[in-house]
Design a protein around this ligand. Structure first.
Ligand SMILES: [Zn+2]
Length: 444
């Protein structure tokens, strides 16, 4: 019985003692004002990205449709003990409908593309990103990519609702996150708020290799991913009527791939995309075209309020722009964690006897946490094609590696961590692909 099934059975067993939690469902007819809790990217991000955009300018526009990136996704459904499909424990169908929306919107396959105003239609873009539900979990076992977690199994004393970002980022994420080098982690949570403001969702931004800070708004090995309110996830289920087309996730994954709000988070601010008109601030509800701002370069067509990176209701959001597409592609080609994620094999079902599905493969990292020498030991009965051991930092950058000669399906290497900054690292057994990845901590 794998971890997912054990957790599921456990959740069912204890659901009877928490049946009253179903009454906490928010069925208010009044929609909250759309508020995204993602932070604001600092200028250091543009200092990293803009030179890459310039060097990519010709190749990015010449690149045909042949390079479509696919990102494995795991949905962590955080609930209070109800059965799947009840209350916060949203159904598989609701999750699958969210995946469908992401795949439509990032490939410009959404039907409402046809209703984009004709002045903006020529710059509506296929971002060439696909999303797949994970087929193997972090231990290499088969999964359906939906990880149901009863909050009471994370902490004996969960806070009252709404949750705040401190609780989600500091407690929920570290307890549930799957290796960020292999998955886009999406958490679906009960009501959440920042102060008195209800949040529909938030995302971490992709850290570039040259960035020093690993705190918000950037993602790291314990936080990277997207958080969604359960009532704006997907397009079937108990959904808020204003946010019932899955576009909150499209917006947040846009941030996760390096996009800014279309008003540049400032009065007539800059989103660093030349094909989105400068606009004064966020739009809400369902504006009527043309909706103008008093900003230079807003005329003649007004705001591109139908862009996913604005704040309108789901039914009014329907496009990314060509420049946003280039940003997304450049991030996927250069941000270390994103490069690892799009190269991940997590959507390939495990194959018995050759890789992570091999139950005989054991990877041990000790001591963990490590202060100086860490020993990495592995054994496997099957013949693996491991030819190197790789150590990566939280950004996904390789900080050390050692080749292995001879019979590689068991062995040990010692690695000195004294030269590494304290923090979280990943150790990989790698060959033609990564066979197993484990997390370890360096302290000094
Ligand atoms: Zn946002």
């Amino acid at each position: 019985m794998n971890t997912t099934i054990r957790l599921f059975v456990f959740a069912v067993l204890i659901s009877f003692s928490h049946a009253s939690n179903a009454q906490q469902v928010n069925t208010s007819a009044t929609s909250p004002v759309r508020t995204c809790g993602s932070g604001v990217l600092g200028e250091e991000f543009e200092e990293w990205l803009q030179p890459l955009l310039r060097s990519n300018a010709s190749s990015a526009t010449q690149r045909g449709a042949s390079t479509v990136y696919t990102i494995p996704v795991v949905f962590h459904v955080i609930h209070t003990g109800t059965n799947p499909g009840i209350s916060y424990n949203i159904s598989d169908a609701q999750i699958l409908s969210q995946l469908d929306v992401l795949n439509a919107d990032f490939r410009k396959l959404n039907a409402d593309t046809a209703t984009i105003p004709s002045v903006f239609a020529p710059v509506a873009a296929d971002c060439e990103v696909n999303f797949c539900l994970a087929q193997r979990d972090t231990a290499g076992n088969a999964t359906n990519g939906i990880n149901r977690i009863n909050i009471n199994t994370i902490t004996a004393t969960p806070p009252s609702l709404p949750y705040d970002k401190t609780f989600i980022d500091g407690t929920v994420k570290p307890a549930t996150i799957w290796n960020v080098l292999n998955y886009l982690n999406i958490w679906v949570v009960p009501n959440m708020a920042s102060g008195a403001t209800q949040l529909l969702g938030y995302a971490t931004f992709p850290a570039g290799s040259g960035l020093t800070g690993l705190s918000a708004p950037y993602g790291n090995g314990l936080t990277d991913g997207v958080v969604l309110w359960y009532r704006c996830t997907g397009k079937v289920g108990n959904l808020d009527p204003s946010y019932n087309k899955g576009r909150t996730a499209t917006h947040e994954v846009g941030h996760w791939l390096g996009l800014r709000h279309i008003w540049g988070d400032n009065n007539c601010g800059n989103d660093y995309c030349s094909d989105t008109p400068t606009q004064q601030t966020a739009n809400f509800g369902n504006p009527v075209f043309p909706s103008t701002s008093n900003c230079l370069n807003n005329a003649p067509n007004g705001d591109m309020f139908m862009n996913y990176m604005d704040y309108c209701n789901d039914v009014s959001l329907k496009m990314f722009s060509l420049q946003q597409r280039v940003r997304v592609q450049t991030v996927l080609q250069n941000a270390p964690i994103r490069v690892a994620q799009r190269n991940s094999n997590a959507c390939t079902p495990p194959v018995a006897g050759i890789d992570n599905a091999d139950p005989s493969l054991r990877l041990t990292v000790f001591p963990n946490p490590a202060q100086s020498i860490v020993s990495i030991q592995w054994t496997a009965i099957s013949q693996l094609e491991i030819d190197r051991v790789v150590v990566r930092n939280m950004l996904g950058s390789e900080v050390a590696s050692e080749g292995i000669n001879g019979i590689a399906n068991s062995g040990q290497i010692d690695f000195n961590t004294e030269q590494l900054p304290a923090g979280v690292y990943f150790i990989e057994l790698a060959g033609p692909r990564v066979y197993r990845s484990e997390r370890f901590l360096v302290i000094h």
